[in-house]
Ligand binder design. Structure first.
Ligand SMILES: [Ca+2]
Ligand SMILES: [Ca+2]
Length: 237
């Protein structure tokens, strides 16, 4: 099958191309901080979905009443949180659930930075610099902010001020919305097409099976028409 035939088939059955991809929750984000933790909380509690419906990461939903196992209050007022996305993503948005215990702890003035190596960070334009105060000991809904679509493997949040607490800043949850930047092999040939065919139609692709042996190029969980599209596009470039 030559390229023209593939393009013809592709155009017929999938006219929208990858531009039609929906933005998605970035799964499996982890967080570290230089601000320590207070009250038995952990910075992990703001990325693991704790307190959200089903205790599962999501971009929407109400965060439950705070406890030491589902929120983070830092040991220092100022500092940074580094989010590791575990892959390269186009960042489209972020959902933020403010700290919902003592609401003087809520982070207020911040700066967002991005990195593609986890070491060198540059400021992210158009990201929110003033965050809302949460409620006093009550469930809390998220505020969603659009981000400018920059590429990043890591995001750093520098916290400059809170809503009045002398020694602690925090959040209930932060989740990112982004599109995984597809990873294709350096040389596309018919063997790669055969490789894609071998995994075709499977929807069991996870990090545990290297995303179906690498055939799930966009890490969507399935080997499908979008992966074929990405393969053809890369082949033609
Ligand atoms: Ca949480
Ligand atoms: Ca896929």
């Amino acid at each position: 099958m030559n390229k023209k035939v593939i393009i013809c088939i592709f155009t017929a059955i999938f006219p929208m191309g990858p531009a039609a991809l929906q933005a998605l929750l970035i799964p499996g984000v982890t967080a570290t901080t230089d601000m320590y933790s207070a009250g038995g909380t952990s910075v992990t509690n703001i990325v693991n979905g704790s307190g959200l419906p089903g205790n599962t990461p999501a971009l929407t939903g109400t965060h439950a009443l705070p406890n030491a196992a589902n929120v983070w209050s830092s040991g220092y007022k100022y500092g940074s949180v580094i989010f590791n996305l575990h892959g390269l993503y186009h960042l489209n948005g972020v959902s933020i659930w403010p700290f919902n215990g003592n609401n003087t702890v809520c982070a207020r003035e911040v700066q967002w930075l991005v990195s593609t190596d986890g070491t060198h960070f540059t400021p992210m334009p158009e990201a929110p610099t003033l965050l809302p105060q949460g409620p006093w000991v009550s469930p809390v809904a998220p505020t969603y902010y659009l981000l400018p679509g920059v590429q990043a493997t890591h995001v750093r949040l520098d916290i400059y001020d809170n809503y009045g607490h002398a020694s602690s800043s925090g959040f209930a949850e932060i989740q990112f919305d982004g599109d995984f930047v597809p990873v294709l092999p350096p040389d596309i040939d018919l063997a790669e097409v055969a490789h894609l065919s071998a995994w075709w139609g499977l929807c069991t692709c996870t990090a545990n099976n290297a995303f179906c042996g690498g055939a799930d190029y966009n890490h969507s969980g399935c080997v499908d028409l979008i992966d074929l599209c990405l393969l053809v596009q890369d082949w033609l470039e």
